[in-house]
Write a protein that binds this ligand. Structure first.
Ligand code: ATP
Length: 264
């Protein structure tokens, strides 16, 4: 399988007037094409900083990020980000369709192609026929579906998601998790999703990267050996799910990886 994302020795230090804070420390990992990798870490450990560096929104203090072999310098054309706060990421004065089409304006597409891609993406997220509405006419969960549709309409090489379901109620969260897995498997998308929710990381991921407390470094990189098709009840009862979530919880509380040999 080809490598989509390569992060090598990534370090970021926030500096400036009287402050100096090491947020991310020497992170090295890669994500294969078509994989859904979850990063789980404690609150404030540096997860958003890591995603901002990967997306080219901030220049890391050290190390490098490569997207399909090209070094990331600035926001790459074929990358999309979904943030936690859908209410601030959708334009309230544009219709749902116009919101989804918005980033396509910079692609060499005809108006008809833009419209067709937007409608297709809205269908993927289960919102056909709402293109003419405004975001504020939709529920929070529907607005986050629109944000996901907007990201998918660009057909990004890599989709980055920063706590995308943290602002919705539990039932909607389950629905959105299933929607994401379904769309990801169907489109063979490459996704890197950051969360502080252990269950979510195991339920969604093909793989879970566990981060340490601040400054973020990688404590473990765990494969998730669950079937590609997940179910909110049966998957959460599966032995693999139960033991993996316990392992992640242990690691987040400072335990050593189960495979680590005791030091001499
Ligand atoms: N622009 C900034 N300038 C200075 N320090 C910052 C800045 N952004 C974040 N930090 C600090 O870097 C550390 C990591 O923040 P970051 O938002 O990346 O963590 P996080 O794991 O995403 O947090 P949370 O789980 O609460 O969303 C925090 O201590 C934060 O205060």
């Amino acid at each position: 399988m080809a490598t989509m994302l390569e992060v090598t020795g990534l370090t970021h230090r926030y500096g400036g007037a009287g402050s100096d804070h090491l947020a991310v420390n020497e992170l090295t990992f890669s994500v294969e094409t078509g994989q859904l990798a979850c990063i789980v870490g404690p609150s404030g450990c540096g997860k958003s900083t890591l995603l901002r560096c990967i997306s080219g929104l901030i220049r890391p203090s050290g190390g490098e990020v490569k997207l399909h072999g090209d070094r990331v310098e600035g926001v790459p054309e074929d990358l999309a980000v979904v943030f936690q706060d859908y209410s601030r990421s959708l334009f309230p004065w544009l219709s749902v369709r116009q919101n989804v089409e918005f980033p396509l304006r910079w692609k060499k597409l005809s108006r008809a192609e833009r419209r067709q891609r937007a409608e297709e993406a809205l269908e993927w997220v289960g919102l056909p026929g709402v293109g003419g509405k405004y975001p504020w006419q939709l529920s929070g969960g529907m607005q986050q579906r629109v944000s996901i549709a907007r990201a998918l309409a660009r057909r990004p090489a890599l989709l980055l998601m920063d706590e995308p379901f943290a602002s919705v109620d539990a039932q909607t969260r389950f629905e959105l998790e299933d929607l994401l897995r379904g769309v990801q498997v169907q489109n063979h998308s490459t996704v890197l999703l950051v969360t502080h929710d252990i269950d979510e990381s195991v339920y969604l991921g093909d793989r879970v990267l566990v981060l340490s407390k601040s400054p973020a470094s990688i404590v473990a990189d765990l494969p998730v050996n669950l079937p590609a098709e997940r179910d909110q009840i049966a998957t959460r009862e599966a032995q693999e799910f139960v033991s993996l979530r316990a392992e992640v919880a242990r690691l987040l509380h400072g335990g050593a990886p189960a495979t680590a040999k005791p030091s001499a």
